[in-house]
Design a protein around this ligand. Sequence first.
Ligand SMILES: Cc1cc2nc3c(=O)[nH]c(=O)nc-3n(C[C@H](O)[C@H](O)[C@H](O)COP(=O)(O)O)c2cc1C
Ligand code: SF4
Ligand code: SF4
Length: 264
Amino acid sequence: MNIVLLYYSGAGNTKYIAQKMLTKLNERFHYVELSRITHKPLTKMDYEIDLFIVAFPIMNFEAPRLVTETIQQLQAMDKPIAYLCTKAFMSAEAIAKLSTISTQHGLRTVAKLDLYMPSSDGLAFLAKKGSKLEKVFKGFHSRNIGLKLDRFIKKSERNRQIKVYKKWYSYLSFLIPKKTKRTIDEQFTKFIPRFHVLNDSCVQCMLCVHNCPEENIRFEEGEIKFGSNCDMCLKCLHHCPVDAIQIGNLTTGKSRYNKVEVPI
Ligand SMILES: Cc1cc2nc3c(=O)[nH]c(=O)nc-3n(C[C@H](O)[C@H](O)[C@H](O)COP(=O)(O)O)c2cc1C
Ligand code: SF4
Ligand code: SF4
């Protein structure tokens, strides 16, 4: 099959899973184009595509905005699509919502999978380096990921449309007061102007500039500067080699994501 595997990833969990999946798909003699989702439009795909696979992290109970926008770009008629998300605790209706959008764009959902992975937000905001909490956040992941990926791939190959239902707990969302939900959303928006770089530590490697999916980080007048077009993926924060990126003082002394080896 000709497969386009699109992934979005901040700290690296979803990238790690996408790469594992790439290896498995190649072993099954599929031709795969692996592509990272950023704000740039998809490059023109000029060959027959048999399947799209989209992998993304859950952020604030939803798929990242860029993922939703990418699905809207896939105006291919009657193509199969399979969804995989990584999450720290709750994926809510994220895949069900994407599936509805993709159906409107002529795509048929044929497989879905959610996997527990280390918490990228928990590590950055809650877990001090070397703490027990850091070990818990880094160590936590779904069991038998390899088997789950194999089943997901086989289901995708079978190419039968599936119905994606909301998670059972989504029906209880009326129990969460609207104000609480709004406060969580607002909380994330409030973090964005607080991104800054500790200039004494920064070694000007430009990794953050190149890595940001939104091109929100610039090097100007000898300094790294952040704009306001941030989607809180935390890629810059977790991958700065000298931990120079901070969000206010909320992330000082807290853990950073290093490559997490999950047994598969
Ligand atoms: C801003 C932000 C919000 C998040 N919100 C959720 C959430 O609502 N539910 C959840 O289960 N995990 C949430 N997470 C955790 C990530 O979904 C999880 O760690 C994921 O595996 C990160 O993947 P990545 O490393 O590819 O970015 C959030 C992470 C971030 C950075
Ligand atoms: S990744 Fe860190 S060290 Fe490199 S330019 Fe960005 S802030 Fe500076
Ligand atoms: S500024 Fe950092 S957190 Fe915001 S989108 Fe860019 S890489 Fe992600």
